[in-house]
Design a protein around this ligand. Structure first.
Ligand SMILES: [Zn+2]
Length: 294
């Protein structure tokens, strides 16, 4: 395990225990979350060594043991994901009026990149999974780099860089965001979506909140954490938007960790409350940050 002594966001060293959370997906191990007493950032500490984190992504155990609730939630997840493709590109197009080049960092199986390609964008991906890279190339003829390969392209610049629920998994946080700074065009835009630990559903479910998702999620951002982090590296957040569907999905998954009945209904109800409260305070279950260079 790797124990951090400095806050990854503000680099101060005063940390205090925040929560203990269980890995419900792969290992059933418990993980500690620390909070920085200077800036309030919460992160998984200690975290698995980078070379050891792969085993926490082996979730076949989870997928092959679904009950009806989970199957329904999985179905809902896929429906929402497809619906979201259009929504994501619409927001990107609001800031990048001309169709250009997009890098989807952590592109997975490339659904979003392929949608961008169909709409005329030159699409490039990055993914740590070699099998994902091969699938996207074969299925969509889209190039997907491994992380180090992006660094080997000194001249390459992008109009848009997107990270859909990826930054909370990234080990070399500063190094990665600095790399984005280098490869984003001066008038380019970055789009980062992450869960929000200040949301109502996070506060309600506490250690059972599904989006803590330890130890795969090593950072647990609030909107102000993203402001501080981006400012330190030379970016500024120009817009924050809620991701409406995430409250339902995350709440239903969180109910499954609680062991009570009527999980889908309960989760739907909590998702509704979360979105209602967030319409006032902008603390949605997940947030999308629109980011430019300063
Ligand atoms: Zn801090």
């Amino acid at each position: 395990m790797e124990k951090l002594v400095l806050c990854p966001v503000c680099k101060q060293n005063r940390l205090t225990h925040y929560l203990s959370c269980k890995d419900y997906v792969a290992s059933v191990e418990e993980f500690n979350l620390d909070q920085c007493t200077s800036c309030g950032f919460v992160f998984t500490n200690p975290r698995p060594e980078f070379n050891d984190c792969g085993r926490y992504y082996e979730s076949s155990k989870y997928v092959s043991h679904q009950d009806n609730d989970k199957s329904f939630v999985l179905f809902l997840y896929r429906w929402v994901r497809n619906r979201n493709l259009r929504w994501k590109l619409k927001i990107i197009s609001k800031y990048q009026k001309n169709i250009g080049e997009i890098l989807d960092y952590g592109c997975g199986l490339g659904n979003f990149l392929n949608y961008c390609k169909e709409q005329g964008w030159k699409s490039t991906g990055m993914d740590v999974s070699e099998s994902a890279r091969v699938v996207v190339k074969q299925r969509y003829n889209i190039d997907v780099f491994a992380n180090r390969e992006i660094k080997q392209q000194p001249e390459k610049k992008y109009d848009a860089i997107s990270l859909w629920h990826v930054l909370e998994h990234v080990y070399d946080l500063d190094e990665t965001i600095l790399e984005f700074y280098r490869i984003l065009k001066e008038d380019g835009t970055m789009f980062i979506a992450v869960p929000n630990r200040k949301s109502y559903d996070a506060q309600h479910y506490k250690e059972k909140w599904d989006a803590y998702d330890v130890p795969r999620h090593i950072y647990h951002f609030s909107p102000s954490d993203i402001d501080v982090l981006m400012d330190r590296i030379g970016f500024k957040v120009i817009e924050k938007r809620g991701m409406f569907y995430d409250a339902f999905y995350v709440s239903m998954r969180s109910e499954m960790h609680s062991g009570k009945g009527m999980k889908v209904l309960r989760g739907f109800y909590r998702g509704l409350i979360s979105n209602f409260k967030a319409s006032g305070n902008l603390n949605y279950s997940s947030m999308l940050y629109v980011i430019k260079k300063k």
